[in-house]
Design a protein around this ligand. Structure first.
Ligand code: ADP
Ligand code: MG
Length: 262
């Protein structure tokens, strides 16, 4: 059984990495796939949205990276959607960025843990929610993954900083993980009423072509409300446009033959 391991990365904060990680996970699971979400952001927003405890003291990605804890000891089930497994992130993870610097095989810690776990787990997708930086946490995600999904917010400066991200992916591929490709771009916070959103989408499509998932995710209040109920929008408001969009995007992602654009 081969699992697709996808890192959701963009060093910009607030572009929809976490929202996309949890809602794509929910949609993929609804479509019959077995999904694991690894929360790699000290904020633990993905853990919150999936209703999983991530208070200090809970075993999670920090212990996996720093103490070498095995994944199965840190995995929780999402209460609303039990077919989703979650590795939570506690605020301890904020220290990991520095602590990893002096750790042996510091770029490979997550990759090793994921590999070992997948030897005995039947999973279709592993989604890794990255923090908003290109430090050692994101690096661990890029070394563990085969694919990068980049959420791009349909706003001003959408493409700013993207060069740096693509260069990082390039470096990781050259030196640490030859399998890595940017397989998907997801347009987020698309506002069909503004010309700007359309322009950004056009520019992104011109640049990345077929890697851009056809369905953009609209700007929708429901998406920002759901996490405060420990839910994804798929359970919080299953018939909303936002839920439908993530379902379509998940299907497009699942059908994608990952070739990579960068
Ligand atoms: P990141 O993980 O990249 O920092 P988030 O997914 O946390 O970004 O999104 C940033 C903020 O924007 C959050 O408050 C989230 O609820 C909100 N948000 C994300 N996507 C949308 C959307 N499509 N429409 C409206 N709000 C959104
Ligand atoms: Mg986030």
């Amino acid at each position: 059984m081969t699992s697709r391991i996808i890192a959701l990365a963009n060093q910009k904060g607030g572009v929809g990495k976490t929202t996309s990680a949890v809602n794509l996970a929910a949609a993929l699971s609804e479509q019959g796939h077995r999904v694991l979400v690894i929360d790699l952001d000290p904020q633990g927003n993905a853990s919150t949205a999936l209703g999983v405890d991530h208070r200090v003291g809970v075993a999670g990605s920090y212990e996996i990276l720093i103490d070498g804890l095995s994944m199965h000891e840190a995995i929780e089930k999402c209460p609303e959607i039990p077919t989703i497994e979650v590795v939570p992130a506690t605020i301890d993870l904020a220290g990991a960025e520095i602590e990893l610097v002096s750790t042996v095989a510091r770029e490979y810690r997550l990759a090793r843990a994921v590999e070992t776990y997948l030897d005995n787990a039947d999973l279709d997708f592993v989604l890794i929610d990255c923090p908003p930086s290109l430090g050692l946490l994101t690096l661990n995600a890029l070394v563990a993954a085969q694919e990068v999904l980049i959420p791009i917010q349909c706003e001003y400066y959408a493409l700013e900083g993207l060069g740096q991200l693509l260069k990082t992916v390039e470096l990781v591929r050259a030196h640490l993980n030859p399998k890595l490709t940017v397989s998907a771009i997801l347009l987020t916070m698309f506002d069909s009423r503004t010309r700007l959103s359309g322009q950004v989408a056009e520019e992104v499509r011109a640049h990345f072509g077929a890697a851009v998932l056809p369905t953009p995710i609209p700007r929708a209040v429901r998406l920002s409300e759901a996490p405060s109920y420990g839910q994804t929008v798929l359970t919080y408001d299953p018939n909303s446009v936002a839920a439908q969009s993530y379902r379509s995007a998940a299907q497009e992602l699942a059908e994608l033959a990952p070739k990579g654009v960068a």
